[in-house]
Design a protein around this ligand. Structure first.
Ligand SMILES: Cc1cc2nc3c(=O)[nH]c(=O)nc-3n(C[C@H](O)[C@H](O)[C@H](O)COP(=O)(O)OP(=O)(O)OC[C@H]3O[C@@H](n4cnc5c(N)ncnc54)[C@H](O)[C@@H]3O)c2cc1C
Length: 449
């Protein structure tokens, strides 16, 4: 049977099952496909044409950026078609005077940052996946990263969006001005909507002037708790740090095995950075706070190269842990004052289940990525699931959230109903029903069908 998408032509539609399958998953390892084909749009008009066909023939569509997501949000279910944005990579406009940039969604975030840096401007959000994830994926997950402590998350930089709705209608949300409050904040509704409300085809982002040269330091600790105490003290001190990251012993050993950097074999390491005008003084003051909280050692990066190497080590945390075997990564966020109890709960869960749980994350935001490493056996999988649920439940009990930045996707859709109150859940279902009445956009992700 000829697919209804065949009218789009060979350039935009691929029905080779092997090619389509290679676009059907994300990095969570969540099951996907067999999918019905692959859409390869270059323009908004291509996306609109594809969604009109999908709507008419009631075919589910899963939008995909780089597939670097960790929640199963881009794990396309059987019978759906994947819409990849990887050909939509244009920088459409860079307005240095207004400090904004307009881009297509498939642009890789590092390329976006480089393009604006060439004009002396700064796009801060830098997820660990910055070198390969797309700006469309970042907007659709409201991605965080290492700089959120000072600068905020992706959504804090979104001024306007162009979106293709489920029936192929093209809509523009937001504004280009520094301020503006006309109507509902539809851009914010689409930020973090994980491909369930529309396909984002154009993104207008606010930019900042380039920051001062950054200074970096590392502080090492003999226990995870003392590192957590230092984080709470640093946040309490109100120092203008631009980065405050944590890696525990399991993570440090894995990163060292991968990078051969000679990282200290300690219970925990904090990575601190400041990029304000007085960055050396800020980092020095932060070092004193760490020392007072019981740091074993505080060391300043000697130069930009060493600083860059330390940041790269932190970005390698997940790839390094992945090499240890099977893994399941959690993403929970608690109030910063509750980081120590969260870390204690994670240690207790690891001991109870007899599992190795590497902890790293954006400590300054209270956003931790406990990563359960296991041998893949049936027995281990049951324990891993219990541990994952216990950690996620602990975050909620501590006044936190089930996901700080990776999103709900398919991995945590059951948990969303535990976090949201009935009113918020009803609002969410009403929005989904209004914008996607046939339930065709990324069905089964975020909300239980
Ligand atoms: C090593 C590593 C480090 C990471 N570090 C971080 C981190 O520090 N912070 C963080 O937040 N995340 C991090 N992630 C997770 C991931 O990179 C982010 O979620 C990222 O935003 C996903 O972008 P993507 O282009 O790969 O999107 P995909 O994985 O392809 O898709 C993610 C979701 O967005 C939707 N989507 C994608 N493009 C569009 C579009 N144009 N319109 C509508 N919906 C769309 C998809 O349908 C899906 O629901 C990391 C992942 C890895 C592998």
């Amino acid at each position: 049977v000829t697919s209804p998408f065949a009218v789009l032509g060979d350039d935009l539609w691929v029905d080779d099952p092997d090619v389509a399958a290679s676009y059907a998953g994300d990095r969570s390892g969540h099951d996907s496909g067999p999918v019905a084909g692959l859409l390869l749009p270059r323009t908004t008009a291509d996306v609109a044409a594809a969604l009109r066909i999908a709507h008419e023939h009631r075919v589910p569509v899963v939008t995909r950026g780089a597939g670097s997501g960790l929640s199963g949000a881009a794990a396309a279910p059987a019978g759906s078609v994947v819409l990849s944005t990887h050909r939509m990579t244009a920088v459409l406009e860079l307005d240095a005077a207004e400090r904004l940039v307009v881009v297509q969604p498939g642009l890789v975030t590092a390329d976006l940052r480089a393009a604006v840096a060439a004009a002396g401007l700064f796009y801060p959000p830098d997820p660990g996946s910055v070198a390969f994830s797309t700006i469309g994926g970042n907007v659709a997950t409201d991605a965080g990263g290492m700089c959120c402590l000072k600068y905020g998350v992706t959504g804090d930089f979104v001024l306007a969006l162009e979106v293709v709705l489920a029936d192929g209608t093209v809509a523009r949300t937001g504004r280009r001005t520094a301020k503006g409050v006309a109507g509902y904040d539809l851009s914010s509704l689409l930020v973090g909507s994980e491909g369930t409300l529309g396909v984002i085809t154009e993104i207008t982002l606010r930019l900042l002037p380039a920051p001062a040269a950054a200074r970096t330091a590392v502080a090492t600790f003999a226990s995870l708790e003392s590192a957590g105490t230092a984080v709470a003290a640093l946040v309490g001190a109100g120092l203008p740090l631009s980065m405050l990251e944590i890696m525990d012993r399991t993570t440090l050993r894995a990163v060292d095995a991968l990078t051969r950097m000679g990282l200290d074999d300690v219970a925990a390491m904090l990575l601190l950075q400041a990029d304000d005008a007085d960055a050396p003084a800020t980092v020095a003051a932060a070092g004193e706070v760490c020392a007072a909280a019981g740091a074993l050692d505080v060391a300043l990066a000697e130069d930009d190269a060493e600083s860059a190497a330390l940041l790269e080590a932190r970005r390698q945390a997940l790839p390094a842990l992945e090499r240890l075997g099977h893994w399941l990564l959690d993403d929970v966020c608690v109030p910063r004052a509750r980081i120590v109890p969260l870390l204690q709960r994670i240690e207790a869960v690891a001991a109870q289940e007899g599992l190795t749980i590497g902890v790293f994350g954006h400590a300054g935001d209270g956003n931790m990525h406990p990563t359960i490493v296991h041998d893949g056996s049936e027995a281990a999988r049951a324990a891993v699931r219990r541990a994952f649920d216990a950690i996620t439940a602990a975050a909620l009990e501590l006044g936190g959230t089930i996901t700080g930045e990776h999103g709900v996707g398919r991995l945590k859709r059951g948990w969303l109903t535990r976090e949201l109150d009935p009113g918020a859940l009803a609002m969410s279902r009403a929005v989904k029903a209004a914008l996607d009445p046939r339930g065709l956009l990324n069905p089964g992700s975020v909300l239980d069908p």
